[in-house]
Write a protein that binds this ligand. Structure first.
Ligand code: FEO
Length: 398
């Protein structure tokens, strides 16, 4: 038994909340859960858009069946094949064997590979239209936002964009599901965290998708995670545009690892110097305490980046090696950059962090600061100068 959740004439929310998974994709913390959104259009023909994670297949099909009120399901549109949205397709097919599955050629290759489904398919291309009666659905292929088969579906009559993962965020839905009926401020940082962790590398494809959708009048955005956006459509579009352009705000993120409390002294000295120079947004992250998703979200958000860590077995402190691999993978750019490293006998970390900044094409604002043993007068002075050099870039760009 479920309360009906109506979005607009003929369109219903039929998604579920996941409050039990602790790591999304086995990687990213879910302190407030996540929703897997699906939508049902009841017109002359009925059409479901996306499904949900396999954990919730029974709950989901029950909700869809109740919302259908005894009608059969004619179409299932698959905007995205990642299993958090596709894993209940088999359950849908089992309950409504005649349902026609709508997707593009790349969708169908995955549908066969993941679930062995090859029949009763309707292939759409860019600009294809599927009439349901009062609603005509148009399809827009948006490859690499963030998988190769991703597409979006637009309902011309209600001006609703079913956007797949785009404009989605972490955070389960606590009763309310449309932004006009509750305070959605807590979801905005979760959208940044979601974007930087999941979509992050694909700024260029996101920009191409924006161009493709630019002629559409969008009144409502129904993504696959988080609230339905109606009041804040322009806000979430602007946020995605900002993030996909890697357009950081003035401010500096200092990420450090510290094994015995010496490296953190350098990090704090740099922060003090930035503050003394008038930089307002300064964020320190301890690699051993902060979540990787939170660190990535902040690095995506600000123009300045300082990395520092000890040398560990003549390599980078392992959590730092993991972080820079994540930054490489997401091709985060461009940033004002500086680094520092500590050691007890042979310093490798400062050099390796400097090489990382160079390989990423960052603008290095100060030479790498190396420190053997505890903080010295010379390394203190260099950290103060590093802070000044970074501040001169950030205050100018403010
Ligand atoms: Fe929400 Fe790319 O799956």
């Amino acid at each position: 038994m479920y309360l009906e959740k109506k979005i607009s004439e003929d369109i219903y929310y039929v998604g579920v909340n996941d409050r039990q998974t602790t790591l999304f994709e086995g990687l990213w913390e879910l302190p407030a859960g996540v929703s897997y959104n699906s939508y049902l259009i009841k017109d002359d023909k009925t059409c479901l858009i996306d499904t949900v994670d396999a954990l919730f297949a029974e709950q989901f099909t029950g909700r869809v069946a109740e919302t259908l009120c005894g009608r059969k399901l004619d179409y299932l549109v698959v905007n995205h094949m990642e299993p958090d949205h596709s894993a209940s397709i088999k359950a849908v097919r089992a309950m409504w064997p005649d349902v026609t599955i709508v997707g593009n050629a790349k969708t169908f290759a995955m549908l066969k590979g993941y679930f062995g489904i090859t029949d009763n398919l309707l292939e759409v291309k860019d600009g294809s239209v599927l009439p349901l009666g009062r609603h005509d659905l148009s399809f827009y292929l948006t490859p690499m936002v963030h998988w190769i088969e991703t597409m979006m579906t637009y309902d011309n009559s209600s001006r609703t964009l079913f956007s797949g993962d785009a404009f989605g965020c972490f955070g389960a839905l606590d009763g309310h599901f449309i932004d006009t009926s509750f305070d959605t401020r807590k979801y905005i940082p979760e959208m940044v965290r979601y974007y930087s962790a999941i979509v992050g590398k694909y700024g260029v494809p996101v920009q191409k998708a924006f161009q493709k959708l630019s002629s559409l009048q969008i009144s409502t955005v129904c993504s696959t995670h988080g609230p339905v956006w109606r009041e804040r459509v322009s806000d979430v579009l602007a946020l995605y545009n900002h993030l996909s352009l890697y357009d950081g705000k003035p401010g500096c993120v200092i990420v450090y690892g510290s094994m015995h409390g010496n490296t953190v002294r350098l990090a704090e000295t740099i922060a003090d110097s930035l503050a003394a120079e008038g930089v307002r947004n300064i964020i320190l992250h301890d690699l051993s305490a902060s979540s990787k998703a939170r660190i990535l979200a902040d690095i995506f958000s600000y123009k300045g980046l300082v990395l520092g860590c000890p040398t560990y077995s003549n390599e980078l402190f392992p959590p730092m090696a993991e972080l820079i691999e994540m930054l490489r993978l997401r091709d985060v750019k461009p940033r004002f950059y500086a680094c520092f490293g500590t050691c007890s006998w042979a310093g490798a970390s400062a050099k390796k962090l400097a090489a990382f900044g160079e390989a990423m094409g960052y603008e290095t604002v100060y030479p790498p600061v190396g420190q053997m043993h505890a903080i010295s007068e010379e390394s203190f002075r260099q950290c103060v100068e590093l802070g000044k050099a970074m501040a001169s870039k950030l205050v100018v760009s403010d």
